[in-house]
Design a protein around this ligand. Structure first.
Ligand code: ADP
Ligand code: ZN
Length: 749
C-alpha cells in the first residue's frame, strides 16, 4: 500500500474500531483487495478476517457484498458494525418488506458499504440484476466469500448452495473476489480457488498456532467430577463442554445444574426455538456454561469463551482444532482441556463402523476415518508440545524454543505438568508381560486395552475370571494405578512401538519385537502421567486489572446486551472491559484511550460506562484515570508474547508502518530504544521498502555514500553528507541494505 492509503486505513481503524494497528496478514489482505486482486485468506478463528473485507469498501467509498452462510451471525455482524457507525446491512428471509425496501434504498443511493447476504438468496432469480444498479450501475465492485470452505466437499462443512457461487464470477467478471476460511488443508484451499474461479489469487495464510490457548490433556477418571472441577475453575466465565452424544450432553448438563452451575445442554435434536434460547442466553451472558455436541459451533457468538472442555475425545484433529478454536477468540488467555480415555477411541471406531455399514461407505473411507481417530489418540497420549503437534499437523513448523526456554509455555507438556513416572521401565515390563501371559494362557488370542487394564488392576470381572486370567502371575500387579492412567500407559507403549494394536473389528493389544527388548531389560522406557494443573492459564503474564471493576462492567454490558437483544461482545469485548478496569476512565477523553473504543462507541456508551466506573471506584476507594505515563494508550491482543513484549509491539506496529514517535508513545520507551528496534526490525523482517521512515532522496544519498566510500562506518557517511542526514536515517538505510545483502563489506560502526 502507498503511504497515504496506509494512513487512511489506520485512521479508519482508530476512528471506527478503536484499534491502533493491523495484524500482518490483515495488512496484506487489505492491500491486495484495494489493488483489485483476487485473494484467498486463510486465518484461524479469531485471526481477524472480518476487518480484511470491512476496511476496503469503507476507504474506497463503494459497496461490497459479503456472502455468509448463517443468518444469525450475519445479523450480529451488522448490529456490531452499526454500533461503530459503519454503514452495513443484511438481506435475509426473516425480514419485513419495509426493512428490505430500506436496504435496497441504501444500496441504490450509494450510502451502504457492506451488504451481507446468504448464498441461496443471492442466487435467487432477479437478485443479481437487481444488484447491478449499485455503485452507479457498475454493480458490486467486490465480493467477500466468508466461510469459503463450505464450497468444498473436502471441508468439514460442505454446503451445496455454495457451489453456485461460480455464477457470480460470470455475472461480474470485473469484480474483485476475496475468499476467507479458517480451514487449513491444502486440498480445500485448492478447491476453493478452482470452484470460485479466482483469478491469479494472492493466497495469504496466517499463523495457525493460537498462542493464547493453553492445551491440556488429562486422563479421564470421572467425567462428572472432572468437568465440574474445571468449570468451577472458570467461575463466572464462559465454558463450552463438548460431548459425543445428545444423551451425554443432557446428563452432564443436569449434573452441573444439580451442582448449582447455570448450564444448558445444546444439540441437534432440540427444536429451533430451544436452540435459539440457549444460544441467546449464552451470547447475552445470562448463562456461562453450555454442554454441547459439535452442533454447537459456527453460530456461537461469544468471543470470551475462556475454556473448552472435551469430555470425550473429538474424532479428528481438524475437529479438535475447530472446537478448541472457539475459545479465546478475543485473544485473551483461555484453556482447552481434553479428558482422554482409550475407551473413547474404541467408541469412535465402533461408531465409524456402524455409520459405514449404514451408508455403505468404502473400505478406504473407513480406514481414513479410523486414521483420524488414531491421530487424535497420538496427540493425546504423546508427550510432545501440544502447540508444536498442532502446528505441524497443519503444515506449519513450530519452534517452541523461540518463545522461551520452557517451550511454548502454554501446554501441559511444556508447563511441566506431566510427571515422569518413577520406575517407568518396571511398569512397562509389568504391562508387557501381562500381555504375553494372557496371550499364552489363551492359545495366542489377544485382548483389548480394557481387558488388559482390568487384569493388571485385579478386576474380578466376568470375562476375566472366565478366561482364568485372575490366576495369572501378573493379575493385580498394578492394583494401585488408576484405570485411566493405566490405559494412558498402554497407549504410550503402543505409540512407542513397544506394543501394537491389532485386529480391525475389535482392536486388541499384541506384542512387537521391541516388547521383548523391554522384558529382557535391554531397553529403558519413560512413561508420563498428568498431575493436577497448577495455574489455569498463563494469566500471570497479563497486565493486571481490577477484577471488581471488571465484574461491575460485565454486569452493565450484560444488561445493555439484553436490552438491545444483541450479543454482549458486540457492545465491548472482554479486552476492552479489562482495559477499562485497568485505566478506570471517568471522562470522555480518557475513555477514548481504551482499546476497542472508536468514535461512535465513545459517543454511544462513553457516558454510561464512565459514570459506572466513577461510582464503583468511589465506593471502593480506587484511583481513576490511570493512564500510565508514557505507557501505551492502546494495546492489541493479537501476537504471541515473545520474551520482550515491548519489542514485539514495536515490530507489530512497524509492520503497519507506524512512525517512531507513535511507537515510542505506545510502547513507553525512549525514542533511541525504538530506533534500535527499527534497525532490528529492518534487518530481521526485511521489509521491501522503508519509505515510511526514510524519504527516497535521503535513501539514495546514503546508499550512494556507502557505495562510494565502500564502508558502513556511519561517521564517514555522516561527514561525507555534510552532516545533512541524521545518524538514525543512516542506520536505517544501512540496515535495509544489509537485509537485501547489498551493504558494502565491513562491520557498521
Ligand atoms: P475471525 O473472523 O478471523 O474469526 P474476527 O474478525 O472475529 O476473527 O476478529 C477476532 C477478534 O479480534 C475480534 O474481537 C476483532 O475485533 C479483533 N481484532 C481483529 N483485528 C484486530 C486488530 N487489528 N487489532 C485489535 N483487535 C483486532
Ligand atoms: Zn508446549
Amino acid at each position: 500500500m502507498v503511504p497515504e492509503a496506509r494512513q487512511h486505513v489506520l485512521d479508519a481503524l482508530a476512528q471506527y474500531w478503536g484499534y491502533t494497528s493491523l495484524r500482518p496478514v490483515q495488512e496484506e489482505a487489505i492491500s491486495l483487495a484495494m489493488s483489485g486482486r483476487d485473494s484467498l485468506v486463510v486465518m484461524p478463528t479469531g485471526g481477524g478476517k472480518s476487518l480484511c473485507y470491512q476496511i476496503p469498501p469503507l476507504i474506497q467509498g463503494r459497496l461490497s457484498v459479503v456472502v455468509s452462510p448463517l443468518i444469525a451471525l450475519m445479523k450480529d455482524q451488522v448490529d456490531g458494525l452499526r454500533l461503530i457507525g459503519y454503514p452495513a446491512a443484511a438481506l435475509h428471509s426473516g425480514q419485513e418488506q419495509d426493512d428490505q425496501r430500506e436496504v435496497w434504498r441504501a444500496v441504490d443511493d450509494g450510502s451502504l458499504r457492506l451488504l451481507f447476504i446468504a448464498p441461496e438468496r443471492l442466487l435467487m432469480p432477479g437478485m443479481l440484476s437487481r444488484l447491478a444498479r449499485a455503485n452507479n450501475g457498475r454493480g458490486p465492485v467486490a465480493f467477500a466469500i466468508d466461510e469459503a470452505h463450505c464450497i468444498s466437499q473436502w471441508g468439514h462443512d460442505f454446503r451445496p448452495e455454495y457451489r453456485r457461487l461460480r455464477e457470480l464470477r460470470d455475472t461480474y467478471p470485473r469484480a474483485v473476489f476475496n475468499a476467507f476460511t479458517a480451514t487449513a488443508t491444502p486440498r480445500v484451499r485448492d478447491d476453493i480457488v478452482a470452484q470460485l474461479g479466482l483469478r491469479d489469487p494472492g493466497v495469504l495464510v496466517g499463523v495457525f498456532d493460537r498462542p493464547n490457548l493453553v492445551y491440556r490433556v488429562v486422563p479421564k477418571s470421572s467425567v462428572y467430577a472432572q468437568t465440574l472441577e474445571i468449570v468451577r475453575r472458570h467461575d463466572k466465565e464462559a465454558v463450552i463442554v463438548y460431548a459425543i452424544s445428545r444423551k451425554n450432553t443432557e446428563e452432564l448438563a443436569d449434573f452441573l445444574k444439580g451442582e448449582k452451575v447455570a448450564a444448558e445442554a445444546y444439540h441437534a435434536g432440540m427444536n429451533a426455538d430451544q436452540r435459539k434460547r440457549v444460544q441467546d442466553a449464552f451470547a447475552q451472558e445470562r448463562i456461562n456454561v453450555v454442554v454441547a455436541t459439535v452442533a454447537f459451533g459456527m453460530g456461537i457468538d461469544r468471543s470470551n469463551v475462556r475454556c473448552v472442555v472435551h469430555s470425550s475425545m473429538p474424532k479428528s484433529i481438524e475437529h479438535y482444532q475447530q472446537e478448541t478454536g472457539r475459545a479465546g477468540r478475543d485473544g485473551l488467555p483461555a484453556e482447552c482441556v481434553l479428558l482422554y480415555s482409550g475407551g473413547d477411541v474404541v467408541r469412535w471406531n465402533k461408531l465409524i463402523e456402524m455409520g459405514g455399514e449404514e451408508s455403505g461407505a468404502s473400505k478406504e473411507w473407513l480406514k481414513h476415518q479410523r486414521d483420524h481417530v488414531g491421530e487424535v489418540q497420538s496427540f493425546a497420549v504423546g508427550a510432545a508440545c501440544r502447540h508444536q503437534f498442532l502446528s505441524e499437523y497443519f503444515g506449519q513448523p513450530y519452534q517452541p524454543g523461540v518463545l522461551s526456554a520452557q517451550g511454548c509455555g502454554a501446554c501441559d507438556v511444556c508447563l511441566g505438568e506431566l510427571e515422569s513416572v518413577p520406575d517407568s521401565t518396571v511398569v512397562a515390563q509389568k504391562i508387557i508381560s501381562c500381555v504375553a501371559r494372557m496371550n499364552r494362557a489363551s492359545g495366542g488370542l489377544t485382548f483389548g486395552v480394557g481387558h488388559l487394564v482390568g487384569v493388571l488392576r485385579g478386576s474380578m470381572a466376568k470375562q476375566i475370571v472366565e478366561r482364568g486370567h485372575d490366576t495369572l502371575t501378573t493379575f493385580g500387579l498394578l492394583r494401585d494405578t488408576h484405570q485411566a492412567v493405566l490405559s494412558g500407559f498402554v497407549n504410550q507403549l503402543i505409540d512407542m512401538g513397544l506394543l501394537q494394536r491389532t485386529g480391525d473389528q475389535y482392536p486388541t493389544v499384541d506384542l512387537t519385537d521391541a516388547s521383548w527388548e523391554v522384558m529382557r531389560g535391554e531397553r529403558k522406557v519413560a512413561l508420563v502421567s498428568a498431575k493436577v494443573p497448577v495455574a489455569v492459564t498463563g494469566e500471570a503474564e497479563q497486565e493486571p486489572f481490577d477484577t471488581g471493576v471488571f465484574e461491575a462492567l460485565r454486569a452493565l454490558r450484560a444488561q445493555l446486551a439484553s436490552e438491545r437483544g444483541v450479543p454482549a461482545y458486540i457492545i465491548f469485548s472482554d479486552n476492552s472491559l479489562r482495559d477499562m478496569a485497568r485505566i478506570r476512565p471517568t471522562n470522555a477523553e480518557t475513555f477514548r484511550r481504551v482499546t476497542g473504543v472508536g468514535e461512535a462507541k465513545a459517543r454511544e456508551f462513553g457516558h454510561i460506562f464512565t459514570s459506572a466506573i466513577a461510582d464503583t471506584c468511589a465506593n471502593n476507594g480506587l484511583a481513576t484515570n490511570q493512564v500510565p505515563k508514557g505507557q501505551p494508550p492502546k494495546r492489541t491482543a493479537s501476537a504471541p508474547r515473545p520474551r520482550n513484549p515491548q519489542k514485539a509491539t514495536s515490530f507489530e506496529m512497524f509492520k503497519s508502518r507506524a512512525n517512531i514517535a507513535d511507537v515510542a508513545e505506545r510502547v513507553g520507551l525512549a525514542l533511541s530504544t525504538i530506533r534500535a528496534h527499527l534497525v532490528d526490525f529492518i534487518e530481521t523482517e526485511k521489509p521491501g521498502d522503508i519509505g515510511a521512515w526514510v524519504d527516497s532522496e535521503t535513501y539514495r544519498a546514503v546508499t550512494d555514500a556507502a557505495r562510494n566510500l565502500s564502508t558502513q562506518r556511519m561517521k564517514f557517511i555522516f561527514e561525507h553528507l555534510g552532516g545533512q542526514v541524521s545518524y538514525d536515517h543512516i542506520a536505517f538505510v544501512l540496515a535495509h541494505l544489509r537485509s537485501k545483502g547489498e551493504a558494502p563489506a565491513g562491520e557498521p560502526s
